[in-house]
Design a protein around this ligand. Structure first.
Ligand SMILES: [Zn+2]
Length: 75
């Protein structure tokens, strides 16, 4: 079974027989695609990490606000 490739330009699946993407006309470039994927993975990973950090500090801030509100209600 031939592996289908994914167009590095439009992201659609290309049959292995195609040398050019039938959807957008980009030439197939496995090296370009793998470096693109690697770059995207690195970006997603760092986005995910910074996203988690900011979400956690966001939650901590909200928890602090809730605690203050609860103290006001209870006092
Ligand atoms: Zn394409």
């Amino acid at each position: 079974m031939a592996l289908d490739a994914i167009c590095s330009e439009c992201g659609r699946i290309l049959e292995d027989a195609f040398r050019y993407c039938p959807w957008c006309g980009a030439s197939r470039d496995r090296d370009g695609l793998s470096s693109l994927v690697e770059g995207a993975c690195g970006r997603i990973e760092s986005l995910y990490r910074t996203g988690m950090d900011s979400r956690i500090s966001d939650m901590e801030a909200r928890l602090g606000e809730m605690e203050n509100e609860l103290n006001r209600i209870l006092s």
